[in-house]
Design a protein around this ligand. Structure first.
Ligand code: COS
Length: 390
């Protein structure tokens, strides 16, 4: 099954995006990764994506990337296409981007060379460590501390829900450097996985298996050069990184929804019922019509958010796309959940049978409505922006 790519003719995209989508789709269709062990599969996907050159889109050209700056539309195309075929392939790509995005935004030349070059080749696995047991949606409430010690820092605390936890080579990790300053007292650090005192052995098992762990930091000593960006400017850096990747979460949801719609359409055309096919019934046609509209609404919001950011970068403008990215993430993930549920329902008993594509999609989509800012957080962000007048 291949994705419908008619949307690529929309003016949001350039030829570079169209070529990328076609090459990636042809490549991914040929991959045969055994996904029964999610951690081994992710390592394999990172290596394969790196070797094939697709991780180059997660880093800028100066560090071996495909384009001079991170391109949101390319990220959207990559995640949408990979998600159509394999949620784990999408996850592997996404984490290379999310775990290195802050370095692209704020890294020194040395940090960029040390981390971005291998990330773009699939030689280092990246992770983004923001959440904590008591700081999920309220990201500013984190309790992990980084205290100056001689010419370095000492980290103490617990990070949780960390994607790639346990298989990452380094963590882009946020900690309090001024406990009295709220969101203005958070800094970002690049912490190598082999740092003594870092324990990533507690795996978290979830309904759609992927590498996820709790990270314990017990007197982890890191050098002064591990500080990423300015001291106490880490919260904004985290938010700016999320602004880029939230539209790509929307794209992953879109890839899942497109796959569910394709599965439902194929099933409706072939399934015999009451002397007809399922597709002959108006009830089925109405359902497919609603699903297609939900997919297109999600697509347009996602492409708009990506285009707006790329356009601002091209013009050198400091325009924030926080609200547009939040709308895309909220609508695409919520719509995808509905589309997948409808596709599953259309499959009848087969829909809940383990091994059926719509069954795994039903599990895969659920966490996207939660991570990188739950739907309720997106509503909050959009609402604040409406009240602020834009
Ligand atoms: N870009 C740049 N700066 C931003 C920003 C953005 N997108 N969002 C917020 N900021 C800045 C604000 O301008 C403010 O700056 P000042 O201190 O100079 O005034 C500062 O950051 C604090 O912003 P705010 O007051 O809005 O922060 P809140 O503590 O109210 O939190 C939300 C805002 C809820 C939006 C934030 O905590 C959030 O996004 N939570 C979800 C976190 C998340 O996605 N977790 C998943 C982790 S990855 S799986």
């Amino acid at each position: 099954m291949t994705p419908d790519q008619r949307h690529l003719s929309l003016p949001f995209f350039d030829d570079v995006h169209r070529d990328l989508a076609r090459d990636l789709s042809a490549w991914t269709e040929q991959q045969h990764v055994d996904e029964s062990d999610d951690r081994a599969a992710c390592r394999q996907w990172v290596a394969a994506l790196g070797e094939a050159g697709f991780l180059r889109w997660a880093v800028p050209a100066a560090q071996g990337g495909a384009l001079s700056a991170l391109d949101s539309r390319a990220l959207v195309i990559l995640r949408e296409t990979l998600a159509f075929y394999s949620p784990l392939a999408d996850f592997a790509f996404a984490m290379q981007g999310l775990g290195s995005g802050a370095i692209t935004l704020a890294g020194t030349d040395e940090q960029k060379a040390r981390y971005l070059v291998p990330v773009g080749r699939g030689k280092k696995i990246a992770a983004f460590a923001l959440s904590e047991p008591e700081a999920g949606s309220d990201a500013g409430a984190l309790a992990t501390t980084a205290v100056r010690d001689g010419d370095g820092w000492v980290l103490n605390g617990t990070k949780t829900w960390i994607s790639n936890g346990g298989i990452a080579d380094y963590y882009c990790l946020f900690a309090k450097t001024d406990t009295a300053a709220g969101t203005r007292g958070i800094s970002c650090f690049l912490v190598d996985a082999a740092t003594p005192g870092l324990d990533a052995s507690e795996h978290i098992h979830v309904m759609a298996p992927h590498p996820l762990a709790t990270i314990k930091l017990n007197h982890c000593r890191i050098p002064a050069t591990a500080l990423l960006g300015e001291e106490n400017a880490g919260f904004k850096l985290a938010m700016q990184t999320l602004d880029i990747f939230r539209a790509s979460v929307a794209a992953a949801a879109l890839g899942f929804a497109r796959r569910a719609l394709a599965e439902a359409t194929q099933h409706a055309k072939s399934r015999k019922m009451f002397g007809h096919t399922l597709a002959d019934f108006q009830l089925t046609q109405a359902k497919l019509g609603q699903m297609a509209a939900d997919v297109d609404a999600a697509a347009l919001l996602t492409y708009r958010a990506a285009w707006l950011r790329d356009d601002a970068v091209r013009r050198g403008a400091a325009t924030r796309v926080t609200s547009e990215a939040a709308m895309a993430k909220m609508v695409a993930t919520e719509n995808a959940q509905r589309v997948i549920d409808a596709a599953l329902q259309m499959h009848g008993g087969l829909g809940v049978r383990v091994g059926t594509k719509v069954e795994s999609l039903y599990r895969d989509i659920r966490s996207l409505r939660i991570y990188e800012g739950a739907t309720e957080v997106q509503q909050l962000i959009i609402g604040k922006s409406v009240l602020a007048g834009g």
